[in-house]
Design a protein around this ligand. Structure first.
Ligand SMILES: Cc1ncc(CO)c(N)n1
Length: 230
C-alpha cells in the first residue's frame, strides 16, 4: 500500500506531477474536453469553432497583462535569472498570437469588434486580474501560468496525434499550441514551477494548489462556452 509521501519525497519527483495525479479527473476534463475531442474526430461544429476563436482573442488580450505581471514578479522575486527569459519568450509569442487571431478571425468571417465576452470568459479574465495583484506570490502566479499554457498544449497536441481526423482547415490552429516548441516551452514553465514549489512554505503551497484547480475549472468552463453546457 502506498503511504502518504513526505514533503521531501514529493519534491524529488516534482509537485506538479503529484498534483496532476491527485487531480487527474479535472485535468482530463480540461485537456480532453468534448469540444477538443470533436476537433480530433472531425465532427466539430464550425460555428462552435468560430465562437471559441472570437472568445479566445478576448481572453488572450487579458492574458498578456497577466504574463507581464508574472514577469514583474520574476524580476522581483526569482532566485534564478533564466526564469525571466522563459517568461519573456512567452510574451513574445503572445504578440504573434494576437496578430494570428486577427488574421484567423478575418479568414472565418468573425467580426472582432462585434464579439461580446461571454460569462465564462469574463469570469476567467477577472480571475486572471486577481492573480495580477502584487499580493499574489510569484510561485502561485507561475503555477497558474504553467497550467494555463499546459492545458492548451495538451488539448491541441491531442488533435495532431496519429489517427486523429482533425479537419485540414483547423490543423494550423492545433499546431499553434500543439507543436513541439510550445511543448518545450511548457516544460520550461513546469520546471520553474516545480523548483519554486519545492521550496515554498506550506501556506503558499496550498494557495498554489487551489489556484491550479481554479485554472482547470475555468478552462473547462471556457470550452463549455463553445460546446456543451449552454
Ligand atoms: C482559455 C485559454 N487558455 C489558455 C490559452 C493558452 O494561451 C488560451 N489561449 N486560452
Amino acid at each position: 500500500m502506498e503511504g502518504k509521501k513526505t514533503r521531501e519525497e514529493v519534491e524529488k519527483s516534482g509537485m506538479i506531477d503529484t498534483w496532476m495525479r491527485k487531480h487527474r479527473l479535472i485535468y482530463t476534463g480540461a485537456t480532453k474536453h468534448p469540444f477538443i475531442l470533436s476537433i480530433r474526430d472531425g465532427t466539430v461544429d464550425l460555428e462552435a469553432f468560430k465562437t471559441w476563436l472570437g472568445q479566445d482573442y478576448i481572453f488572450v488580450r487579458a492574458f498578456a497583462p497577466f504574463v507581464a505581471s508574472v514577469l514583474i514578479k520574476a524580476w522581483k522575486e526569482s532566485d534564478d535569472s533564466s526564469d525571466m527569459e522563459v517568461i519573456l519568450s512567452g510574451m513574445a509569442s503572445l504578440n504573434d498570437e494576437i496578430a494570428w487571431f486577427k488574421s484567423e478571425t478575418a479568414k472565418w468571417g468573425v467580426q472582432l469588434s462585434e464579439v461580446v465576452p461571454q460569462k465564462a470568459n469574463q469570469d476567467y479574465c477577472r480571475f486572471l486580474e486577481s492573480l495580477m495583484s502584487p499580493d499574489v506570490e510569484y510561485t502561485v502566479a507561475i503555477t497558474a501560468f504553467w497550467a494555463i499554457e499546459a492545458v492548451y498544449q495538451a488539448s491541441f497536441a491531442l488533435c495532431l496525434e496519429d489517427g486523429s481526423k482533425t479537419p485540414a482547415e483547423l490543423r494550423e490552429t492545433c499546431q499553434r499550441w500543439g507543436n513541439d516548441g510550445f511543448g518545450q516551452y511548457c516544460n520550461s514553465l513546469q520546471k520553474i514551477a516545480n523548483r519554486r514549489l519545492g521550496k515554498t512554505p506550506d501556506d503558499v503551497l496550498t494557495k498554489a494548489e487551489v489556484t491550479l484547480l481554479r485554472v482547470l475549472e475555468h478552462e473547462v468552463e471556457f470550452w463549455n462556452m463553445s460546446h456543451g453546457a449552454a
